[in-house]
Design a binder for this molecule. Structure first.
Ligand SMILES: [Zn+2]
Length: 314
């Protein structure tokens, strides 16, 4: 009998869950926003009840896979830091395992997304797949010869914190300066946009107006209407990302690079700048052999990947 495996994608503000079949099909997909979990046990209880509901509706669950927006230690599912959830040193995998009395496998959310796309989406057939997501933060994952590379402790792929700027460069959410994420992450772009408006350099938004947060999509729109500062912010971030991508391509020789994330999806200016940065900074022979693709599974990728990683462990 085929095993019933639940996949969960737990982000800083949203949560997705479904029962995932062997072929990647998702049954009973739920997508909801959560207001944060002040205590990790609240998250464990919430997830456990959702898994129990799935069992009550469709039959016993054999395993649970979770992708969480966090630094996750390999094998144990121990979360060392999850800035968007406000967690530090939480034995998340162990807590969920004990509560559900089921096999539970926890990975970083982007690694789960990458695995989902590799198994059932745009990454199928890739020999060396590099996945880069640009959203609020910036992260990457590598799958080579069918293996998800996670690194010695499980923290591999944090390209958002590769240092691309000077020692006095923009402050990153990690506390260091000059990280890639501080140039092209959604949060960083919003901060820069706000500063530009306050200093009168973004002309199409009045500085005295009730300012809501400007997103990458807002900057894209401003840029399309001829705002040079908005265009420069997006291009600057995109170029930095493209250069890092070029180095990764030269180092890894991937056949496929899969790009995604909210910022990526919303800005053609960034996409163009990334391609220029990539062309300038990668070795031409390696650049020639790589194809750039976008995800095919959409917001289900994390659920599908997390479940499949848990299934492999059974
Ligand atoms: Zn950083």
């Amino acid at each position: 009998m085929t095993k019933r495996v639940v996949g969960i994608d737990l982000g800083g503000t949203g949560l997705r869950m479904g029962v995932v079949a062997e072929d990647g099909a998702v049954e009973g997909l739920q997508s909801l926003t959560h207001g944060g979990f002040s205590h990790p046990m609240d998250a464990v209880e919430r997830l456990a009840r959702m898994v129990e509901d799935a069992a009550a509706q469709g039959g016993p669950i054999d395993a649970v896979g979770v992708g969480v927006a966090a630094w996750v230690e390999r094998d144990t599912g121990f979360v060392t830091r999850a800035p968007n959830l406000g967690w530090i040193d939480v034995p998340f995998g162990e807590l969920l395992r004990r509560r559900l009395k089921l096999p539970v496998v926890v990975h970083n959310d982007l690694k789960a997304i990458a695995w989902g796309e590799y198994r059932f989406g745009a990454g199928v057939g890739a020999r060396t797949l590099l996945v880069i997501f640009v959203g609020t933060g910036v992260g990457a994952a590598v799958i080579a010869e069918g293996n998800l590379l996670v690194g010695a402790r499980g923290f591999g792929g944090e390209i958002g914190h590769i240092k691309v700027g000077p020692d006095d460069g923009p402050l990153c959410g990690c506390g260091r300066r000059g990280c890639l994420e501080a140039y092209v992450g959604g949060h960083a772009l919003s901060l820069k946009a706000r500063q530009s408006v306050a200093e009168g350099r973004i002309s199409l938004v009045r500085p005295d107006s009730e300012m809501r947060e400007l997103t990458a999509a807002d900057l894209e729109e401003l840029s399309n209407h001829g705002d040079a500062e908005a265009q420069a912010l997006l291009e600057g971030g995109g170029m930095q990302l493209g250069r890092v991508l070029g180095s990764m391509v030269t180092f890894l020789n991937p056949d496929t690079v899969l790009m995604g994330g909210g910022v990526w999806d919303s800005s053609d200016v960034i996409k163009d700048a990334v391609r220029i940065g990539l062309d300038l900074s990668s070795h031409p022979d390696l650049r020639k052999s790589v194809r750039i693709v976008e995800g095919r599974l959409g917001s289900r990728a994390g659920v599908i990947g997390a479940a499949d990683l848990a299934r492999r462990n059974l």
